[in-house]
Design a protein around this ligand. Structure first.
Ligand SMILES: Nc1ncnc2c1ncn2[C@@H]1O[C@H](COP(=O)(O)OP(=O)(O)O)[C@@H](O)[C@H]1O
Ligand SMILES: [Mg+2]
Length: 242
């Protein structure tokens, strides 16, 4: 078996809220291998976003280990963690944050250029990523010249551009119509088939049905890990598979 892309081992994350401590995650173990797409489901406040932040090196655990492509993030400098984020992690947020003064292709090329990829190559990769999410024709448009759904596709292209091996998506279909949402899931799935590891937070069973496994969180604890998306599929109405 190939080495995992992501390993969480005994991961706990406490947040101070005034006098109280909120345990957003408590002793979570999760391993995601190349080729795997894992869905994370659970009620609001169960720790799903915290899990993704930790996996992407945007937050640090109170206890436990986060290992990305064999590197324990706690053993890296801040600059090294930033490099892992730029090169290895594709992070699709709900919040779009496209830069308004850059065109679609410039927005998508930006993470590569920040990582030292030359302009021409970065733009070529950016165009490919825009094609992949079906907005190749909008490369020259600025964010305010696109619909919300188109902007979100550009944000997804930016998150996926280049050879990233860990794809983290936090309810990526939230602002999309259902056809576009499915297309984004198809792109995630295809990237995983090509060797990436994916973690998809979703509250919709028909989206989780795209995953190989479903992990259920409740109050920061993994309460169930089901196999080949069987549980999610069993929640679908008859004949309603995605
Ligand atoms: N920065 C923070 N400061 C304080 N509490 C937080 C912070 N981030 C998350 N929490 C708390 O941690 C818990 C899990 O939050 P979150 O991971 O956002 O859940 P989910 O994404 O499943 O809705 C919630 O109780 C939330 O209020
Ligand atoms: Mg969340």
């Amino acid at each position: 078996m190939s080495a995992p892309v992501l390993q969480l081992a005994g991961v706990t994350r406490d947040h101070r809220q005034g006098e109280a401590t909120v345990q957003a995650l408590r002793g979570v173990d999760l391993t995601v291998s190349p080729g795997e797409l894992v869905a994370v489901m659970g009620p609001s406040g169960s720790g799903k976003s915290t899990l993704l932040h930790l996996a992407g090196g945007l937050d640090t655990p109170t206890a436990g280990r986060v290992v990305v492509e064999g590197r324990d993030l706690a053993e890296l400098s801040a600059a090294q963690v930033a490099a892992v984020r730029r090169r290895s992690v594709g992070y699709v947020f709900q919040d779009l944050n496209l830069l308004p003064s850059l065109s679609a292709v410039e927005n998508v090329a930006l993470p590569l250029e920040l990582d030292g990829v030359r302009g021409g190559m970065a733009r070529r990769a950016a165009r490919e990523a825009l094609e992949e999410v079906g907005v190749g024709a909008l490369a020259g448009r600025f964010p305010d010249e696109m619909s919300g759904g188109q902007q979100q596709r550009v944000a997804i292209a930016r998150a996926l551009v280049g050879p990233r091996r860990l794809l983290l998506a936090d309810e990526p279909t939230g602002a999309l119509d259902s056809t576009t949402g499915e297309e984004v899931l198809r792109v995630l799935r295809a990237r995983c088939e090509a060797g990436a590891a994916g973690v998809l937070v979703t509250h919709e069973a028909r989206h989780a049905a795209w995953a190989d496994r479903v992990v259920f969180l409740r109050d920061g604890v993994v309460v169930d890990q089901s196999g080949p998306a069987a549980v999610a599929e069993s929640l679908l109405p008859a004949g309603g598979a995605g």
